[in-house]
Design a protein around this ligand. Structure first.
Ligand code: ZN
Length: 85
C-alpha cells in the first residue's frame, strides 16, 4: 500500500510538470496575430491609366494627353498617329 501511494504521488508530480510545460510552450509558440493591413486611403489614391499605344499603366499626372487618348510618353503619342494637346 505504501508503494502505491508513493507511485501515485510521483505520477501526480509528473502530470503537473507536464501540464505546466505544455501550457508554457503554448504561450511561447503561439503564433502572433498578423497585423491587419491599413485601410487604403482612397482620397490620396491617384488614378492609373493605360497608355493607348503600349498599354503600360501610368500615373494619370504623368501621361501625355492626345486627341485620341492618353499616352505614357510624347513619343508613343506621335507613333500612334496622334498629336499631343
Ligand atoms: Zn506607351
Amino acid at each position: 500500500m505504501k508503494f502505491f501511494v508513493v507511485l501515485l504521488v510521483i505520477m501526480l508530480g509528473v502530470w503537473l510538470w507536464k501540464r505546466d510545460r505544455a501550457s508554457g510552450q503554448d504561450e511561447s509558440v503561439k503564433p502572433q496575430k498578423p497585423k491587419a493591413a491599413p485601410p487604403p486611403n482612397i482620397a490620396s489614391a491617384r488614378p492609373i491609366v493605360p497608355c493607348l499605344h503600349c498599354g503600360t499603366h501610368v500615373d494619370m499626372a504623368e501621361t501625355v494627353q492626345g486627341r485620341l487618348g492618353r499616352y505614357c510618353s510624347k513619343a508613343h503619342c506621335t507613333v500612334h498617329g496622334d498629336r499631343p494637346l
